[in-house]
Design a protein around this ligand. Sequence first.
Ligand code: CA
Length: 243
Amino acid sequence: MDMARPWHLYVVEDDPALREMLTTYLEKQGLAVTAMASAEEMLQRLHRLRPDLVVLDVGLPGLNGLQACQRLRAEGDRLPVILLTARSEEIDRILGLELGADDYLSKPFSARELLARVHAVLRRTASTPGAPPDKGSSVRIGEWTFDIASRCLQRGGQLRLLGGVEYALLAELVLNPGVVVSRERLVAASHTRDSSVLPRAVDAAVMRLRKLLEPDPALPRYLQTVRGQGYMFIPFRPALAAA
Ligand code: CA
């Protein structure tokens, strides 16, 4: 793991001046920033390059920040979110936190204040940059919770202990959310001392995992095939109707 990698933030703000100012400031503070003007763009980009945290304006055209945050949480995505709003009514603050935001800033605020909040939320929610889950984590996959260390999948009172290949694959995929993991790498991850695994066995194990985890195994949401490249774990539903 590259400990030197800076924290990566999305800044989602439709006001170009404010977006520019925040981006410049946060980059000067050593953070990597991807700036964008709409929540739709954020949701579409998330599964390609996942940030460590999102600074999300509430007052956006199209899908607003509260709706976008609610959608992430409804999909089981715990990506840290700090909401920005022009309104300072208590009701917005409460609503934002109820919808699963990690923190909330009312405009006007200073960039420095935002930076302090960003660091506080990152300290609270993550272990190291670039490593959303680690081997001690539990990861939500739809209705299931996957406890990586204990090899268990849990849903309500149901418990499933994963076997060798399935476990190795799922762990490798969820430890790299939003990243295409090649079949070769999955084959390597599934090898044990006593047995080697064929690419076909990897495909078959992915099918079995989909049957277990996906609401519709024929249209996978969480364990996606990237044609000609491999597989990718998407920790939330990526598809949004084109805006
Ligand atoms: Ca706005």
